[in-house]
Design a binder for this molecule. Structure first.
Ligand code: 5RP
Length: 230
């Protein structure tokens, strides 16, 4: 089955957790995009929800499809956040930020009573780290920040280059919050909590893409159907 069909299946399953009146965090990326499309169909059928987009991209999609949206401050605490992930490891530890929206994604996930991750089953891994870990940093002194992030990575028992993410034109990729992204190409992250702590100590690091203890469920769609990890 084509990957897009699997993503849509996972998104469709997550829709079964949505009930009338919910305030929903709307994730970013190709899988979350399917969720917003399916949600819009339900809204057209009369479902009442309020969505809080995690990126400009999702905001534009929601508006174009007629999904009611609000800022996080307007919405307050959220009932549910549905988002994709780049990797899903043991204990539902996640790597996120492949699309560069990790900061808002983490704020919105934290504001929700429950986070449900949707993905095709290939995102499930035994050890995080094959997908480069995104780290959002301020642009002031980025060369120095990059050096200190590399040191933090080594101190946390990981190895691999840390690079500034660039867009298709070769310019540094700039997030919705006006920051830069460093990608840490580590191969494996033996102790995600240790790495998270080490990164959080580096001045200039705004947020990292390790989502630990945030996801309550992961809906994974594979060729044999949908499984839910809890
Ligand atoms: C964006 C993200 C996405 O959720 C993640 O990159 C997965 O995207 P996709 O569903 O396209 O594979 O964290 O910042």
């Amino acid at each position: 089955m084509p990957p897009e069909d699997l993503k849509r299946r996972a998104a469709a399953h997550a829709l079964t957790y949505v009930t009338d009146g919910m305030r929903l965090g709307l994730g970013t990326g190709s899988t979350a995009r399917h969720f917003v499309e399916l949600l819009a169909e339900k809204v057209r059928d009369g479902l009442t929800i309020l969505g809080v987009p995690t990126s400009q991209q999702t905001l534009e999609q929601a508006v174009s499809l007629g999904v009611p949206i609000a800022t996080l401050d307007e919405a307050g605490e959220l009932d549910l956040c549905v988002d994709g992930a780049d990797e899903i490891g043991p204990g539902l530890a996640l790597v996120k930020g492949g699309g560069g929206a990790l900061l808002r994604e983490k704020i919105v996930a934290r504001a929700a009573r429950e986070m449900v991750v949707i993905a095709d089953a290939s995102k499930k891994v035994d050890v995080l780290g094959r997908f480069p870990l995104p780290i959002e940093v301020v642009d002031f002194g980025v060369v120095s920040i990059e050096r200190h992030v590399s040191e933090a990575v080594r101190a946390a028992g990981c190895e691999g280059p840390v690079t500034v993410r660039r867009d298709r034109d070769g310019h540094p990729f700039v997030t919705d919050q006006g920051h830069l992204i460093l990608d840490a190409h580590l191969g494996r992250i033996p102790d995600p909590a240790r790495l998270a702590r080490a990164l959080e100590e580096v001045p200039g690091v705004v947020e990292h893409g390790l989502f630990l203890g945030l996801a309550r469920r992961a809906v994974l769609a594979g060729p044999d159907g949908v499984i839910v990890l809890e």
